[in-house]
Ligand binder design. Structure first.
Ligand SMILES: CC(C)(COP(=O)(O)OP(=O)(O)OC[C@H]1O[C@@H](n2cnc3c(N)ncnc32)[C@H](O)[C@@H]1OP(=O)(O)O)[C@@H](O)C(=O)NCCC(=O)NCCS
Length: 175
């Protein structure tokens, strides 16, 4: 039993650039969003995106059983969030944002790592997302996990910018 656990841990360590220092940091708390967090989430959303999600959009995520919005708190401050939909063996990452004053300190990395790790426990096989072609920071984040570009959607965003579709295969489909 202990050997199986160690083997699984080794596989995960090889699979992800784990930031254990951050996960072990007692100041970092990740928990699902509730309606009470809405105003603080919207502040970060508006600081981070050209076409921010509205209050109604976040409320519909909270009501959607496929969706989960994780928040990362550093002490009393909301540092960032990640929204993903789990559909069968796939995790679709829909939104990731870090408060501008908390960037490059591992917030998005920790949120993504935690979402992948949690979903791996229940048979996740791949993760998918769309990202603006010009979003070098986000593309670098996803590449650091092993996401690869698999498609490009022309003029996907309302301002005409293309999207890259990126995918991370965690397990070959078994059928
Ligand atoms: C993209 C974003 C979520 C990254 O959040 P973050 O918390 O600053 O990212 P992290 O600190 O966890 O960075 C993890 C890794 O991603 C890459 N990365 C993140 N920001 C980067 C940047 N500005 N330039 C280059 N690489 C970057 C690096 O590989 C980094 O590891 P390192 O710091 O050890 O080099 C953040 O910049 C953001 O909120 N942007 C606006 C919203 C957005 O674009 N969301 C993504 C939509 S698809």
């Amino acid at each position: 039993m202990a050997r199986i656990f160690l083997h699984a841990l080794l596989l995960l360590l090889l699979q992800f650039p784990l930031s254990f220092t951050l996960l072990m940091n007692p100041e970092n708390i990740i928990r699902p969003m509730t309606e009470a967090d809405l105003e603080q989430v919207l502040v970060i959303e508006h600081l981070c995106h050209r076409a921010p999600w509205s209050k109604a959009m976040f409320l519909s995520e909270l009501a959607n059983p496929l969706s989960r919005v994780d928040l990362l708190w550093r002490g009393p401050n909301l540092a960032g969030f990640l929204c993903g939909w789990r559909v069968c063996e796939e995790l679709n990452i829909l939104n990731v944002a870090t408060a501008p004053n908390m960037r490059r300190s591992g917030v998005a990395h920790t949120l993504l790592e935690q979402a992948l790790y949690r979903n791996l426990q229940t048979g996740l096989e791949c993760a998918l997302l769309e990202v603006r072609l010009s979003n070098f920071a986000a593309i670098a984040l996803y590449r650091s996990f092993g996401f690869c570009e698999i498609d490009r959607r022309l003029r996907y965003y309302s301002d005409g910018e293309d999207a890259l579709v990126m995918q991370l295969i965690l397990k070959e489909h078994s059928s």
